[in-house]
Unconditional design. Structure first.
Length: 251
């Protein structure tokens, strides 16, 4: 496997002095529903910023639009496990531990080789985590689970381990342990950490860790927009789009 994640630096975004910053849960190719939610909360792309906790693609009908969203100067994302599976298969290096097709990856089969190459490289360049500065402190975002109780350890994580789900780095994209065990330990040296990955009916807070994937990509769910300045959620409307609902395994 090529070391696509050779740069372990965690991007930090400066304080937004003119607008609001929001984190949003898993999108899964339902960008039209996401836009509907953004309209409902009055998102202003001239001053506001939107930070995705990953899983931009798979299952939904608009996964192929991911590059158009990543091109927007106000939209930023970390890598989710579905983004990992997508870029690995798009670049001819399928992730061996999970059948991507079984988990909503069939959309790649409709793309040209040039489109596969562009999408694969762009998704491979997504960071495993990012930080957003607020007036109250730094908020960290990553997809599935922080494998440490001290955020500073994230800055030295060995990203070669992403090739294995059970590795320390792999837990950042695949683990749901903190959520499933209701672990309330505080992650030190960070104001808050925001995750997606596990689809739940309402936002959950455990210690200073927030889980915000409320199924905006499903027929019965909605997008949760977490204001990173106040750490208060805004609820978007439900979606009218029916994505493919997965088994609980490997969400």
């Amino acid at each position: 496997m090529n070391d696509k994640f050779k740069n372990i630096a965690i991007p930090r975004f400066s304080l937004n002095l003119v607008g609001r910053d929001f984190a949003v849960g898993d999108i899964h190719g339902c960008f039209r529903a996401l836009q509907k939610g953004m309209d409902a909360i009055g998102f202003d792309p001239a001053v506001d910023r939107l930070f995705s906790v990953g899983d931009l693609v798979d299952r939904g009908p608009e996964s192929h639009q991911v590059l158009a969203w990543l091109d927007q100067p106000w939209f930023h994302a970390v890598c989710g496990n579905h983004d990992l599976m997508a870029w690995r298969r798009a670049l001819g290096e399928p992730f061996q531990e999970v059948d991507h097709l079984f988990h909503g990856g069939e959309w790649l089969d409709d793309l040209s080789s040039d489109e596969l190459n562009r999408i694969g490289k762009r998704l491979a360049a997504l960071p495993i985590a990012l930080e957003v500065k607020t007036s109250a402190g730094i908020v960290g975002l990553m997809h599935a689970d922080c494998p440490f109780d001290d955020w500073q350890h994230m800055h030295g994580i060995d990203l070669k381990g992403l090739a294995k789900m059970g590795s320390t780095a792999g837990r950042c994209l695949w683990s749901a342990d903190r959520h499933d065990y209701r672990y309330t330990g505080i992650v030190k040296n960070i104001l808050a950490v925001v995750h997606g990955h596990r689809t739940i009916s309402a936002m959950m807070k455990l210690g200073n860790v927030f889980f915000i994937d409320t199924g905006g990509w499903t027929r019965t769910g909605h997008f949760t927009f977490l204001n990173l300045q106040t750490l208060k959620p805004l609820r978007g409307p439900g979606t009218e789009i029916s994505a493919v609902i997965p088994s609980r395994r490997n969400r």
